[in-house]
Design a protein around this ligand. Structure first.
Ligand SMILES: NC(=O)c1ccc[n+]([C@@H]2O[C@H](COP(=O)([O-])OP(=O)(O)OC[C@H]3O[C@@H](n4cnc5c(N)ncnc54)[C@H](O)[C@@H]3O)[C@@H](O)[C@H]2O)c1
Length: 419
């Protein structure tokens, strides 16, 4: 078996992590049991470009149980859990091409290794796999039944490709399913970003000014959890609706030029570029901490930071680099500006990934059943998939809800009953 991982001897630790995560992924377990019997993916080659975490391992096991012949590469150079990769190779016989901390050249070499697997189905988190196929392996496009996209930034890139007429095979926007973004982006990113910041810095959050850039699903989750830990949360936005929402949720709103002067910690979660720049770094307090939890490492302009620094000290603590500016102030950058929740912590808790990856697994099955009807477009996740997952998840949480009565069903479909 061809693979490239850090160290196969890490497998026992990885296996324990995978099994631990699986305890909290009951919906995916149910799907795995069914796939095992039905073998809907028998012989289908799949290449998955995802964060290689314990939860992803359980998705990979699920697809393999359905007969898929799959390989995985990382969707971010810093998000791989090397022990999980080792276990996937050794215990589950799934080839992995990913090493935590790999440089950009190796990152793309690994993506190309996954492409050379010759997939008919791909899965992406940020669209790097799909865009590499479109750029360098476009002759493969006709064989690809569809690709599933896991995150907001990837969906934005794929919609841009669709608009330009550049998209060559169907894509399903898994991120946009309610069973994904409402829980993964909000509660997953909320908790794991706080976790990443604490693991990297061990700072006391209570009483600190936390500046949250972007009040989308991820920003909402992080702002809510940071406030829960006692931070004074300031939100910056470019969208007036989102800014009003943040204000009515009780957060302080101001432009970044103002927030930069008073923030103790800054976290970008926008999916946009260069949110923190030279003019912001220059006015920050001594000791300000900056990090990112948006998909790409472009939200903090690190070149700007370097250009105004007189001293740079790498790894003053794990995942912390110190930049000393000409004005004598120090800025601490976490996780090289990459997703802090995956760089310094373990990514989202398994319970939310249960729903995200149940969606991925069922959409993959749906693609195989509907391949003849699909065109090179960005598709939504079918509603019945979201409905099934949410009902099963609710049940596994031990929660019950009411059912509409016959009278209520009738009332909700009529227009002639008013006051
Ligand atoms: N850390 C993780 O594990 C994780 C998980 C899911 C998604 N993501 C990524 O996080 C990012 C945000 O995702 P989302 O689902 O919250 O997206 P979203 O579209 O719901 O929210 C993004 C918000 O950022 C705002 N914004 C854009 N430019 C801005 C600027 N210059 N200043 C301030 N605000 C700005 C937008 O108005 C919007 O409200 C994406 O890159 C996504 O891929 C990360």
């Amino acid at each position: 078996m061809n693979y490239d991982i850090k160290d196969i001897s890490l497998a026992p630790k990885g296996k324990k992590r995978i099994e631990w995560a699986d305890n909290d992924m009951p919906v995916l377990q149910k799907i795995r049991e069914r796939f095992q019997k039905e073998k809907s993916f028998a012989g289908k080659k799949m290449s998955l470009c995802l964060h290689i975490t314990a939860e992803t391992a359980n998705l990979a096991r699920t697809l393999k149980s359905g007969g898929a012949d799959l390989v995985l590469c990382a969707s971010n150079p810093l998000s791989t859990q090397d022990d999980v990769s080792a276990s996937l190779v050794k215990d589950y016989k799934i080839p992995i091409f990913a090493i935590k901390g790999e440089n950009e050249k190796t990152y793309y070499k690994h993506i190309k290794s996954a492409i050379k697997h010759n997939p008919v189905i791909t899965m992406d988190d940020g669209a790097d796999l799909v865009s590499t196929i479109h750029r360098e392996y476009h002759q493969m496009a006709p064989q690809i039944l569809a690709s599933m996209e896991e995150t907001t930034t990837g969906v934005i890139r794929l919609r841009a490709m669709e608009k330009d007429g550049a998209l060559k095979f169907p894509v399903i926007a898994v991120n946009d399913a309610q069973t994904k973004y409402l829980f993964d982006n909000r509660y997953g990113t909320g908790q794991s970003t706080v976790d990443g910041i604490i693991r990297a810095t061990d700072i006391l959050i209570a009483g600190k000014n936390f500046v949250v850039a972007g009040y989308g699903w991820c920003g909402r989750g992080f702002a809510m959890r940071a406030r829960g830990m006692g931070a004074i949360v300031i939100v910056t936005e470019v969208n007036p609706i989102r800014a009003i929402e943040a204000a009515l949720d009780g957060f302080i709103i101001m432009p970044m030029t103002e927030a930069a002067k008073i923030g103790d910690l800054f976290c970008t979660l926008t999916g946009d570029i260069h949110i923190l720049r030279k003019e912001h770094f220059r006015v920050m307090k001594d000791g300000a901490i900056i990090c990112n939890s948006g998909h790409f490492n472009v939200e903090i302009n690190i070149d700007d930071l370097k250009s105004i620094s007189v001293e740079i000290r790498k790894n003053v603590r794990n995942f912390v680099d110190m930049y000393k500016l000409k004005n004598g102030k120090r800025i601490f950058l976490l996780g090289e500006g990459r997703l802090i929740n995956l760089a310094a912590a373990e990514g989202h808790p398994a319970s939310v990934m249960d729903m995200s990856f149940a969606t991925q697994a069922l959409v993959t099955e749906w693609v195989c059943k509907n391949k003849k009807k699909l065109e090179p477009k960005v598709y939504k996740v079918p509603e019945n998939i979201e409905k099934w997952i949410s009902e099963i998840k609710l049940g596994t949480m031990g929660l019950k809800i009411d059912k509409l009565t016959r009278e209520q069903v009738d009332y909700l479909t009529r227009w002639d009953m008013g006051t």
